[in-house]
Design a protein around this ligand. Structure first.
Ligand code: PLP
Length: 400
């Protein structure tokens, strides 16, 4: 009997499975809208000019690659803090935030989850229904029972806000609530500032622990607008968690650049929390890699590169919005009379198209248009060339 004879085959990652199916499809006009990646109008993954410029600077003065500190590059951590909390914010002046470099947004969530498990082992974690599929797995693997709060309201093409508030109100003190700070994945529906205010109130009143996942800052309305929810949590005087990802906003997916920030009640607490986060990191992967974080730190702290980044990020955001509008216009031109304004209201890279699993399957098999069976399509993978055929395919499956 071999050591691994009893190992069962794990289920395939549904999105990666979709990619494999896409790659094997011989249809020359196939379009992959299943991905969670921003492509430019030529259907290419962009290398941002600000990133190339930072890398050129780094190459001009190459440095040896020693180990980084466990919590990462100090200039990177403080650039992340400035971006997330506002460079002049009181909370930073008071040194109340513990920030560590992490392996992408996923790494930030995982460090936070492992720390929370030590802090409050009996807690339950609530995620949105639906949510980014890795939220459940990640918090489950960290040892938490994971439940959901209502979020998507299919009938009204929006958020089931009463249901969400009800679930938060009913949660036990100490429950960890994972919230998408902006550009909700997968639905694209975000809370309004007034709705956020109510969420903040319940989190405070019920003693819940907010964990804000910020994977798309700058893809919704703008860097400050997308980060505004953080200011609401700060104003309420709450302690909370924020994970940051630069995978999308810097188009640095493979460099694994992210962070975890923990807002604490005092500088003393933040120092202690940081010491615990470092243990979590040390016993997982010891210390983070150098390249991607150095690129991001250089861009964020060099005024000309930062301005260039903000412009390039705005370019991605505007192109996605144009694709939303163009998709709706094409569907109308194809005779679809449904109210499709929700596609334009949605924020970020994704649209919950409202198509059924059966319609999504028809899109794949009959038209080579690949999206997720939940109806999620990546609007950031639409471009001026594939838009018309995709709209024609969607119109055809909508007509039945
Ligand atoms: N959180 C959400 C909501 C996401 O959609 C993603 C990526 O798709 C992540 C976190 C993970 O980001 P990263 O690739 O930086 O780990």
């Amino acid at each position: 009997m071999s050591l691994f004879a009893a190992v069962a085959m794990a289920p395939r990652d549904p999105i990666l499975g979709l990619n494999e199916q896409f790659n094997a499809d011989p249809n020359p006009s196939k379009v992959n809208l299943g991905v969670g990646v921003y492509y430019d109008d030529n259907g290419k993954l962009p290398l941002l000019a600000c990133v190339a410029a930072a890398e050129a600077q780094m190459q001009a003065a190459p440095k040896p690659r020693g180990y980084l500190p466990i919590d990462g590059i100090a200039a990177y951590d403080s650039a992340v803090q400035g971006l997330v909390f506002g460079a002049d914010s009181e909370v930073l002046k008071a040194k109340r935030v513990a920030t560590v470099q992490a392996l992408g947004g996923t790494g930030g969530l995982k460090i936070g989850a492992d720390f929370l498990k030590r802090l409050n082992p009996g807690a339950t974690v609530l995620i949105s229904d639906p949510s980014w599929e890795n939220h459940r797995a990640l918090f489950t693997n960290a040892g938490f029972p994971v439940e959901t709060y209502p979020y998507y309201d299919a009938a009204n093409r929006g958020i089931h806000f009463d249901g969400m508030l009800g679930a938060l109100n009913a949660a036990a003190a100490g429950t960890v609530v994972v919230l998408h700070a902006c550009c909700h994945n997968p639905t694209g529906y975000d809370l309004t500032p007034a709705q956020w205010a109510q969420v903040v109130e319940v989190v405070k009143a019920k003693g819940l622990v907010a964990f804000l996942d910020m994977a798309y800052q700058g893809f919704g309305e703008g860097i400050a607008e997308d980060g505004a929810v953080i200011q609401q949590f700060l104003a309420a005087g709450l302690d909370f968690f924020v994970s940051t990802s630069f995978s999308k906003s810097f188009s640095l997916y493979g460099e694994r650049v992210g962070a975890l920030s923990v807002v604490c009640a005092s500088a003393e607490e933040a120092t202690k929390v940081l010491s615990q986060l470092k243990i979590v990191i040390r016993t997982n992967y010891s210390n983070p890699p150098t390249h991607g974080a150095q690129v991001v730190a250089t861009v964020l702290s060099t005024p000309a590169l930062r301005a260039q980044w903000e412009e390039e990020l705005a370019g991605m955001r505007v192109r996605i919005k144009q694709m939303r509008e163009a998709l709706v216009a094409e569907l109308k031109a194809a005779g679809i009379t449904d109210d499709l304004s929700y596609v334009i209201r949605q924020k970020g890279m994704f649209s919950y198209s409202g198509l059924s699993a059966e319609q999504m399957q028809r899109l794949r098999t009959e038209f080579g248009v690949y999206g997720v069976d939940s109806g999620r399509i990546c609007v950031a993978a639409l471009n001026s060339k594939n838009l018309k055929p995709v709209a024609a395919a969607i119109a055809a499956v909508k007509r039945g």
